[in-house]
Design a protein around this ligand. Structure first.
Ligand code: ATP
Ligand code: MG
Length: 384
């Protein structure tokens, strides 16, 4: 019997629920360190497949397949939080599941997550949990302009409707799919930040310097570090993220998305218990990539330094850049000094689908950001 916190050393097998781009990049880091990597994803052509030792093609509620994955693994992590409780519990009954089922269950439902943040006293905007069209309309009447967000399954701004007045409540309720939703007051955002925390089972934790993020229509466009926020604001943001990770008992990674309002308040937007799109440049900007850090955290290894080595930025590449299935001219992006192209191996492009990202470093945050934006501009399809 090994000690409770004995490290899981290279040569062992890491299991991962989810084989999207986050699973793929975790697999690349794990393989580089000498681990085997097994994954499970409903898409037979998922991004992680070419990198994984073995891929199970199965639905999230396929407890049998998840059990088979767990049987092969020494530790199991995940890259997506929308996994049914029964699947999480079946895995956790066999092998260490990191982060644990309770934390994932709490985070995977937007209403549950917001109610928990409120109970714990973490700062967030005004919201109401609603379960029918009438409640949705009265929440809007009470709060004013709001965003109605489905409690389940939304990502990249999907399952959300922006409304100005109560008369739009019923249509918004239908648009987000009914069931259960959170009506969030529309906030006067000055800047968006995120903070990534890595934590081991024994409670040892490290935190990355905050990233500053820009979204368009609810989808991340670019992210840059250093954030440009004041030292005091950055300390406040990192302390908040660390406190949330601690309270949730996260083992692995926790990304905390934050809003800085024009009135100066710092509020929690949402939590993600996994690698996060706003830290994809950490492989260049920080001493340790978020994917290697996840491997270190779930395997109980010494956590890597999160020190900022050089300013860095990323720009997402959405399927909109592909015209009639034709990939953009990546050579044009690679011609920009400092820029790298990262692609997730997705064969099918769709508008809004995350196909890859550009990363760059620079002498300053502005320079790193300008470089990824210039490279991105070079990829935009020209008119007919
Ligand atoms: P992702 O998966 O990309 O994180 P998501 O679908 O979970 O996105 P949110 O993070 O809730 O969606 O929102 C996406 C973006 O929409 C935010 O980053 C912010 O730019 C904007 N947004 C969300 N909530 C609010 C709000 N209450 N007021 C103003 N803007 C908001
Ligand atoms: Mg978000």
């Amino acid at each position: 019997m090994s000690a409770p916190h004995a490290p899981i050393l290279p040569g062992a097998t890491i299991g991962c629920l989810g084989g999207g781009q986050l699973g793929r990049m975790t697999a690349l880091a794990a393989r580089a360190m000498g681990y085997d990597f097994v994954t499970l994803d409903p898409d037979p052509d998922c991004s992680a497949r070419p990198v994984a030792t073995r891929t199970f093609t199965a639905k999230w509620n396929d407890v049998k397949a998840a059990t088979e994955l767990a049987a092969l693994a020494d530790v199991v992590t995940l890259e997506i939080e929308q996994i049914p409780r029964a699947t999480l519990d079946a895995v956790a009954a066999l092998k260490p599941l990191r982060p644990g089922a309770d934390a994932v269950y709490l985070v995977q439902d937007r209403a549950r997550q917001r109610e928990w943040l409120a109970r714990e006293g973490f700062p967030q905007g005004a919201f109401r949990t609603v379960v029918n069209a009438e409640e949705c309309a009265s929440a809007i009447a009470a709060q004013g302009p709001s965003i109605v967000k489905s409690a389940h399954g939304g990502y990249d701004g999907r399952g959300q409707a922006r409304v100005r007045e109560a008369s739009e409540g019923a249509a918004a309720w239908t648009a987000v799919g009914g069931g259960c939703a959170v009506v969030e007051q529309f906030l006067d955002i000055k800047t968006e930040l995120s903070v990534l925390v890595a934590r081991r089972a024994d409670g040892v934790a490290v935190v990355y310097p905050p990233s500053r993020n820009h979204h368009t229509h609810g989808v991340l466009t670019w992210a840059v570090t250093p954030s440009g926020a004041s030292g005091e604001r950055e300390r406040e943001a990192t302390a908040l993220a660390q406190a949330i990770a601690e309270r949730l008992g996260i083992v692995g990674l926790l990304a905390v998305e934050l809003f800085v309002l024009h009135d100066g308040r710092l509020l929690v937007n949402e939590l993600a218990p996994r690698p996060h799109n706003t830290y994809h440049h950490a492989d260049r900007a920080n001493a340790t990539s978020q994917f290697e850090q996840l491997v270190r955290a779930v395997c109980g290894l010494p956590l890597g330094s999160t020190e900022l080595v050089v300013p860095g930025a990323i720009h997402n590449l959405l399927g909109d850049l592909w015209v009639n299935g034709q990939a953009p001219d990546f050579a044009a992006a690679l011609a920009v000094r400092g820029v790298r192209v990262h692609l997730y191996g997705k064969r099918e492009s769709r508008p809004g689908r995350k196909m890859g990202h550009l990363s760059s470093v620079g002498a300053t945050a502005d320079e790193a950001l300008a470089r990824v934006c210039e490279a991105y501009a070079a990829l935009i399809p020209k008119g007919p």
